[in-house]
Design a protein around this ligand. Structure first.
Ligand code: GUN
Length: 283
């Protein structure tokens, strides 16, 4: 078997077309969706992500603000900026790029962003809403994965969905979304026994580990759908996922590429959440 490549770029182009149309209509009624993106420090990968988010805002017709703060910014200074953005009517969504420097508590930052403006869906209020299946925002990366599955007609219902990785950003909410869609979900992590065996039993395998080439072909069942959430840089500077794509594509039915897969979908879902935040705040 040779896998069908699920193009995040193509699906994003389609979804962004709809977002642009809706934004145009919203602007006619006097509201321009506004997103504030905060970056503390100058991590090269984070800088690229933040710039891509800003570009996507321009593409969709949103107002955007980029706040780049020095790495020695204090927690109080950052929380003050968030408070100011919380009270700024031009801003409907606030995103603080993670990871943060060690002297700043991610938890404090996440809790300070008002839940109505929390377009990452990281605030405990939004996490709780996702848990019970009654949410305003879905976290961007898992939402992007679900949109890719839907676009390809891959229904998680009754399937064994294996999520490798248990982060708050991806693994945990990803598992919950698959469960809401009636998947039988297994979450694996660094202490999972017989990880390869568990992966081999997956109909849908989501890799969110952060290690280049972690998922090898022998860990994949013939005909599985393989979703690669990893964005890793090799010593040569090449961007690769968590999956050995070429070898796994020989066995899988579907596979997502890196780059051009989940990463671009994450940003598209951020645009969708910002548009939703603007509409919610209009009410
Ligand atoms: N760092 C890596 N992924 C993300 C994300 O989705 N949101 C934020 N805020 N930071 C990240």
């Amino acid at each position: 078997m040779s896998a069908t490549i699920i193009s995040g770029k193509e699906i994003s182009a389609k979804l962004r077309g709809k977002i642009k149309e809706e934004t145009h209509a919203l602007i006619q009624s006097g509201i321009t969706p506004g997103l504030a993106v905060i970056l503390v420090g100058s991590d090269p990968a984070s800088t690229i992500y933040v710039n891509n988010k800003e570009k996507a805002c321009a593409e969709c017709g949103f107002y955007s603000e980029k706040h780049v703060l020095p790495a020695d910014t204090t927690q109080d200074e950052l929380l003050h900026l968030i408070e100011r953005l919380n009270n700024d009517p031009k801003i409907h969504g606030i995103l603080c790029q993670l990871p943060l420097p060690e002297h700043i508590s991610e938890e404090a930052v996440i809790r300070t962003i008002r839940p109505e403006k929390d377009v990452d869906a990281f605030h405990p209020v939004n996490v709780g809403k996702i848990m019970v299946g009654d949410y305003d925002f879905l976290p961007c990366t898992p939402a992007g994965v679900m949109a890719m599955l839907d676009e390809c007609g891959i229904d998680p219902r009754g399937k064994h969905c294996v999520v490798v990785g248990r982060s708050n950003i991806v693994g945990k909410p990803m598992s919950m979304l698959l469960l809401h869609r009636h998947g039988t979900v297994t979450i694996c992590h660094s202490r999972t026994k017989d990880l390869a065996d568990v992966c081999r039993s997956a109909d849908i395998l989501v890799a969110a580990v952060g290690k280049a080439g972690f998922i090898t072909a022998d860990m994949v069942k013939e005909g599985a759908a393989v979703i690669d959430v990893g964005i890793n840089r090799t010593p040569e500077g090449k961007v690769v996922g968590d999956v050995c794509t070429a070898a796994v594509a020989e066995k899988a039915s579907y596979i997502t590429p890196v780059p051009g897969g989940v990463g671009v979908m994450t940003i598209t879902m951020l645009m969708q959440n910002t548009l939703k935040a603007a509409k919610m705040q209009l009410k």
